[in-house]
Design a protein. Structure first.
Length: 670
């Protein structure tokens, strides 16, 4: 019998809850030496050409071909060229002082003897827009394949494979084409038939994995199990799901390589923190699968410590090592052995050590009131079970464009405005990128400037941002920035040593995010153009009715999905396929089989609401909530009629006489 229950499997179908399931399957994919790959593709070079991406005299990305020559990002470009005579250094695109657009200057850089081609940092600013643009191409592919994608940086994402694996396992007939049933040799239904027929209880354990499913192949390296091992790859349903996810991930990565031109690496595991470590375990152009039963073996392979994880590096990580007396190596295993039962044990140790630290007047960055949260996090991370959701929400709080200024590159107001023109162009590009990526309109409400004077004294100024059109333009940003800089310049005249500036930053923040395609009925909505990806699968089910707790489920369970237009689609599961049968109106619960009839019915509701707007709202209107009815329709206690004025009473809003019948909804059929 399986170690997992039906409720664990059904939880995968919830985008909000899948990461909490014991059967959770997440992925982390990032591009290999991304900046160097972008320049390699742009310049028509091959994967075997040693390429480095350069910013001034520093290397910011090294291709794997260049790494074979011992070149790293710690090298200067001059030292790297000594290590490899065939090295191809390519400088990033740049903005020029006083210009609001970026461009490449191929053949130019600090390694060139001709001084006119050396791109001095005093006159230029690095532009990362080409890499963001290529990153959006990759992100678009991920979103075409997977329903839940979190952008972690310009070249990496987290993916939740839950719905795809759920759909594949329960609705792909080819999985069970070669198998008779879940229990070999017995005439019993397989897991797909049990689900479709509703013959399961949420708290029942899943049936054993049939023998033919144990032969599903993995794409990539399954950590801890080599080809010569006699240990079976698949023992339980979590292994099956990981195998399916590895097939999907490989298909995505192959598509990116063939159509966009970039190689990637992938890690697949139950949690985000482990799959991120997995993607970095084997590079380039590879993927690593960490099965649940191999989690601790993977964490103890000698490459990872407690400080290897997000938010536990840096100062906090060093303090934890000292407070918990962790060894320099093997810290994760040490945590598991020292505090094996509960995070409460670890919390007690933290509280005790913090108390001693404070009595010794030693400063610490650990919050004494939140040791329970920190202890649980450390306890679960050491076991590879610390769960975080894949978050696809658009969160834009602020954008900044800044420049550390050298020598006398900003010694007057005119110089400052020239740099602000560069900043406004960069910020405008970034806004346009996000608007294109998410199909939203982004309008900042605040603009501010932060600068440091010659003596490193900080000055700031902020104001309300004014946009003169529907979309933000670089001219709008420059106008607002120039006004603020002029005021700071006046203030600086009363200060000593204001110019030349050491740094200058332009910030836009407090974004209002507007749906660019939203209308009353989405009648004029233009759907974004998709990528033609040969992914053969039926539509992903978005929610499953799991309220049943006994085995008296319907033989054709219904699955509901509400789309962006507000209508509810009701599906029937028949013979392993999801077939839409009805369109349900949100206002009156009426159902339709034909899309056109549903739209005509929707138009009727629009006409009703327009009529109420023209002629007043009736007390029995279906479009008012109970609170609105009590507020607007209580004529006994109101002096005036807010809706339809009665004779002898004064209306709050006088209306002109109309010859219209007022019943425009009579032109629409119910």
């Amino acid at each position: 019998m399986s170690l997992f229950k039906w409720k664990d499997l059904l939880q995968l179908n919830s985008a909000d809850q899948a990461y909490l399931s014991p059967l959770s399957c997440l992925g982390h994919i990032d591009a290999n030496a991304f900046f160097a790959q972008v320049e390699q593709v742009r310049c028509g070079l091959t994967i075997d050409d040693p390429v480095v991406c350069v910013q001034w005299s520093s290397i910011i990305a090294v291709s794997y071909a260049a790494r074979k020559h011992g070149i790293s990002r710690m090298d200067s470009i001059q030292d790297a060229m000594k290590k490899c005579k065939t090295l191809k250094p390519i400088h990033t695109a740049v903005f020029k002082k006083g210009e609001n657009f970026w461009q490449y200057h191929d053949g130019c850089g600090s390694w060139v003897r001709d001084k006119s081609k050396q791109l001095p940092a005093e006159e230029y600013k690095v532009a990362l827009e080409p890499y963001r643009r290529e990153g959006r191409k990759i992100l678009r592919v991920f979103k075409e394949f997977v329903d839940l994608v979190e952008k972690a940086s310009v070249d990496e994402v987290f993916l939740d494979f839950g719905r795809l694996c759920f759909q594949k396992l329960l609705f792909d007939p080819t999985l069970f084409a070669n198998g008779v049933s879940s229990l070999e040799g017995e005439h019993k239904k397989n897991i797909q038939e049990m689900f479709v027929d509703g013959e399961y209880d949420l708290n029942d354990y899943l049936p054993e994995v049939p023998e033919h499913l144990k032969n599903i192949s993995f794409d990539g390296l399954v950590y801890g199990i080599d080809e010569e091992s006699t240990e079976p790859l698949i023992k339980d349903w979590d292994d099956v799901i990981f195998a399916l996810a590895s097939n999907i991930s490989q298909q995505i990565r192959d598509y990116i390589k063939e159509n966009v031109g970039y190689t990637t690496s992938c890690g697949i595991a139950r949690t985000k923190s482990v799959c991120k470590l997995g993607s970095n375990f084997k590079k380039p152009d590879a993927q690593t699968i960490i099965l649940n039963r191999k989690l601790e073996n993977f964490l103890d392979n000698g490459n990872f410590e407690i400080t290897s994880f997000w938010t536990l590096g840096g100062k906090l990580g060093k303090e934890l090592v000292e407070i918990l007396n962790l060894p320099e190596s093997g810290s994760l295993k040490y945590i598991r052995n020292m505090w094996p039962n509960s995070f409460k044990e670890l919390q007690d140790k933290l509280d005790e050590s913090l108390k001693d630290t404070m009595e010794s007047n030693i400063l610490t960055s650990i919050d004494e009131s939140k040791t329970d949260i920190l202890a649980r996090k450390i306890f679960e991370i050491a076991r590879g079970i610390y769960c975080n959701p894949v978050n696809a929400k658009l969160l834009v709080k602020s954008m900044m464009s800044n420049k550390n200024l050298r020598a006398d590159s900003c010694s007057s107001l005119i110089d400052a405005i020239s740099w602000l023109e560069v900043f406004s162009g960069e910020l405008n590009f970034r806004i346009q990128e996000l608007e294109e990526e998410y199909g939203k309109i982004l309008v900042p409400k605040t603009i501010s400037i932060i600068l440091r004077s010659e003596i490193f004294e900080q000055h700031t100024k902020a104001s309300h941002f004014v946009s003169r059109g529907k979309s933000v333009t670089s001219t709008d940003i420059l106008r607002g920035g120039t006004k603020l800089m002029t005021e700071l310049d006046k203030r600086g005249k009363s200060c000593e040593s204001f110019y030349p500036l050491k740094s200058l930053s332009l910030v836009i923040s407090n974004f209002e995010i507007i749906d660019a395609k939203k209308s009353i009925m989405n009648m004029f909505e233009t759907q974004p153009k998709g990528i033609d990806i040969p992914l053969k699968s039926s539509a992903i089910i978005t929610s499953v009715n799991t309220k049943h707790t006994d085995k008296t489920l319907s033989r054709a369970p219904k699955i509901q999905n509400q789309d962006i237009s507000g209508k509810i689609k009701i599906y029937n599961v028949v013979q392993g396929e999801v077939q839409p049968t009805l369109l349900k109106c949100n206002f009156c619960d009426k159902c339709f089989k034909i899309e056109k009839e549903f739209q005509e019915h929707n138009d009727f509701h629009v006409a009703e609401r327009l009529s109420e707007g023209l002629n007043g709202v009736s007390a029995n209107s279906k479009y008012l909530s109970l609170g609105e009815k009590r507020l607007l329709m209580n004529k006994r206690n109101s002096t005036y009629s807010v809706t339809k004025p009665s004779q002898g009473k004064k209306s709050l809003v006088p209306k002109k006489k109309s010859n219209s019948t007022g019943n425009i909804f009579k032109y629409f059929s119910k």
